[in-house]
Design a protein around this ligand. Structure first.
Ligand code: NAD
Ligand code: ZN
Length: 339
């Protein structure tokens, strides 16, 4: 089968022939028909410090997909061959305290599809039945292929009470943009999105942001224009930029809530006393709640949430390199590869 492989510890990816896996007991073999490139895949492609210490080589990469079940292992009852599915990319241990308490997103031994185990940028993917997410017929394929990052946005945004609140989102990548649409969908008042990329800021305004603001602009002035006197009630950090978190802490209202999703590439030095004196609550977010986040994401899509503007590129699988290049150049947001 065709597979996009990180063959050795260096930048780049290789499209090559790999043996087709077989599903063991409790496992499902899926044939992906659309896959989507995540920022994580870009880190692996570019082979940065995080990738070098995390990803074993060789490994088939990718974890965002929609596909059809082709074969099921012994004992599988959730799905049958032909069913259209997506899947959760975090494979959890099932036996740690959090897993047994039903908090699988907090598993202490999570393995990542396409990170520490074989991924979906291939003609076949094997994952545990537990990770398979059967799809309703009325969900378009393209949207189904980005449920994983949409889930990151849903998990982060819906961690907080948003109705009538003023929200600051730092980072207008696909996840920040989808979060803006979610905040609007559930009734936030002002949604301000910051980034350094003008194209992405325009996209933020088409996806429901009150304002898309350059990260180096005066946020207090923007708050004044919007009639916000005190500060943001909710902050969603989705850039991984220390400067963005600093600006966020500086503009939060007292008692505000911050969700940290963006992954910082290096250690961060901040004046945290401001968080203490403001009584801020800060929550780290990893992945998606299994499977309540998936349920809420699909339910919101079915009740009018539109995240389709984040999809900027559609390419045949063989043209994968153009997709990675467009992402590295900052020209693309979500790139879908058609298998
Ligand atoms: P992305 O890299 O496409 O988007 C990040 C955006 O932040 C970019 O548009 C960039 O221009 C912008 N940015 C850079 N510096 C900024 C600054 N100072 N102020 C405001 N914006 C700034 O990433 P994405 O795919 O949307 O993911 C968002 C973040 O979440 C990334 O850091 C990613 O690694 C992380 N992530 C975390 C999880 C998790 O489970 N915690 C899962 C997926 C992604
Ligand atoms: Zn566990």
């Amino acid at each position: 089968m065709r597979a996009l492989v990180k063959t050795n510890a260096a930048p780049g990816l290789t499209l090559r022939d790999e043996p087709r896996p077989t599903p063991g007991p409790g496992e499902v073999l899926i044939r992906p028909h659309k896959v989507s490139i995540c920022g994580t895949d870009l880190h692996i492609h570019n082979w940065d410090a995080w990738a070098a210490k995390t990803v074993p080589v060789p490994n088939i990469i990718g974890h965002e997909f929609v596909g059809r079940v082709e074969q099921v292992g012994e004992g599988v009852t959730l799905v049958k061959p032909g069913d259209r599915v997506s899947g959760e990319g975090h494979v959890v241990c099932g036996v740690c305290r959090n897993c047994r308490a039903g908090r699988e997103h907090l598993c202490i031994d999570t393995k990542g599809v396409g990170v520490n185990r074989a991924g979906c940028f291939a003609d076949a993917l094997v994952i545990p039945e537990h990770n398979v997410y059967p799809l309703p017929d009325n969900l378009p394929d393209e949207i189904a292929s980005i449920l994983d990052p949409l889930g990151n946005a849903v998990h982060t945004a819906l961690s907080f009470d948003l109705a009538g609140e003023d929200v600051l989102i730092t980072g207008a990548g696909p996840i920040g943009l989808m979060s803006a649409a979610i905040c609007r969908h559930v009734g936030a008042r002002h949604v301000v999105v910051t980034d350094l990329n003008e194209g992405r800021l325009k996209l933020a305004e088409t996806m429901g942001a009150s304002r898309g603001v350059r990260a180096d602009a005066d946020l207090r002035a923007v708050m004044g224009e919007l009639g916000m006197r005190e500060g943001f009630d909710v902050g969603l950090e989705m850039s991984g930029a220390p400067a963005a978190l600093d600006a966020m802490i500086g503009t939060m209202n007292h008692g505000g809530h911050i969700g940290l999703l963006g992954i910082f590439a290096r250690d961060v030095t901040l004046d945290l006393n401001r968080a203490i004196f403001k009584g801020l609550q800060i929550k780290g977010i990893y992945g998606r709640e299994m499977f309540d986040t998936w349920h809420k994401a699909v339910a919101m899509l079915q009740s009018g949430l539109d995240v389709s503007p984040v999809i900027t590129h559609r390419l045949p699988f063989e043209k994968f390199q153009s997709g990675f290049d467009a992402l590295n150049a900052g020209d693309a947001c979500k790139v879908i590869l058609e298998m």
